[in-house]
Design a protein around this ligand. Sequence first.
Ligand code: FAD
Length: 477
Amino acid sequence: MHSSTYLTLDGDVRQMRQADIDALSGRISGGLLGRGDKGYDDARKVWNATVDHRPALIARCMSDADVQAAVRFAGEQRMRLSVRGGGHHIAGNAVVEGGLTIDFSGWRTVAVDAARRTARVAPGALLADFDREAQAHGLATPLGINSTTGVAGLTLGGGFGWLSGKHGLSCDNLLSAEVVTADGEILRASAEEHADLFWALRGGGGNFGVVTAFEFRTHPVGDAVMAGPTFWPIEQTPEVMRFFREFITAAPRAVNGFFALMTVPPVDLFPPELHLRKVAAIMWCVVGSEEEASRYLAPVHDVGTPLLHGVGAVPHAALQSLFDGLYTPGLQCYWRADFVNEITDEAIEKHLEWGQKLPTMHSTMHMYAINGAAHDVGPADTAFSYRDANFAEVIFGVDPDPANADTLRDWCIGYYDDTHEYSAGGAYVNFMMEEGQERVRATYRGNYDRLARIKAQYDPNNVFRINQNIQPAKAAG
Ligand SMILES: Cc1cc2nc3c(=O)[nH]c(=O)nc-3n(C[C@H](O)[C@H](O)[C@H](O)COP(=O)(O)OP(=O)(O)OC[C@H]3O[C@@H](n4cnc5c(N)ncnc54)[C@H](O)[C@@H]3O)c2cc1C
């Protein structure tokens, strides 16, 4: 283990004492890595390859005791601290420059209790881990659409996916969480215990402590759902978006779909004549039979002139990994996001313009529906404030080639600047890059002050600040 310098919470550079490092190393059962150690460079990688943070130490935590030791160590040293679930967040805050990173990539167990329809999930579990274990019992919980995403970060930011119309956000299905707080204590948060903390964890991100276990409610999904895309020529974007905004907000809860401006990837799944063609698309998921899917989606065939309608039976767990081959870890990424109440005709014209300028094959714009069960929960019922929004939009500049980084950024910012005025104000925290305090406040709106008070109670010194940060409320007087 190499001794090294580190960054304090105040940004000062300090030297670490070898004796302190050795003491911590003895307490982390998964091992402690320092700069230059074997495995260090792999362990510091996150999904977005534009992020290149070099922590002073990486603690590979496998137990509550490991996490307690790491949190206490960071506290004693006033060291910057980050927490890595699946490492997918685009801002790259999972790994901290010059500080201590708690790395959960080795702690991924998922235990499903089929009789109770619950699942206990370790903090490093990826969606793939959860989906595999749940699908074995014909069960699932709403999670995202890319199976290499971490359950932890996704859920703490809110989380939505194919099943959200029917079963709500991921955080709505959280029954309890075990948390190591800033002072190294272990708490259980649920509707009955530390209910304020439980409220804050459901959308408030990693601000309140390190979650070491998540307990979820699960739902039957059977052997298969009906899923797949409809593609239209990109010139038909206005027609398709107008249809989508009406259809998806009124659709039965079993129907979910997100709108995309995208380039058809050159894979066997799609006819060669569509390869690399820019399209307007809706990706569908119907929790129901083939007959129900045909019935529910019948109006789709009357919209424009579809190039392809490829909805068929697929196990939910397989659907979850549909995009894995396209969106692999290690891509260059630049994102911007907004919540949207109404997709206006004026905004649609801008989407058409920027969709026609998609800069690379991987770049895309997704408009996810927030509807059905996600609307049953009120804006103040959990920390996730934008319950009244109808859509979460993300502009997704992505490419494997670092030489294209500026092109991605310019397209993304240009698109965002041109469409932000049609948004509801804030953005989904899990889609935001480093965009400053005002943006975080805009995202939590009326919930921000309550979050700040809870933060002051559980993390008064803002130890957990390498995130979309909620600052502790100042004591009155
Ligand atoms: C290709 C792609 C597709 C996506 N699709 C969706 C989607 O369909 N739906 C959706 O909702 N989101 C989606 N996301 C966004 C996703 O929700 C976020 O990236 C989320 O943060 C990922 O969680 P993670 O654990 O992998 O991230 P990490 O980067 O590991 O963590 C993000 C942050 O969460 C906090 N955190 C993580 N683990 C813990 C813990 N155990 N305790 C306390 N704090 C913790 C930390 O502050 C950390 O910085 C997508 C992202 C990508 C890249």
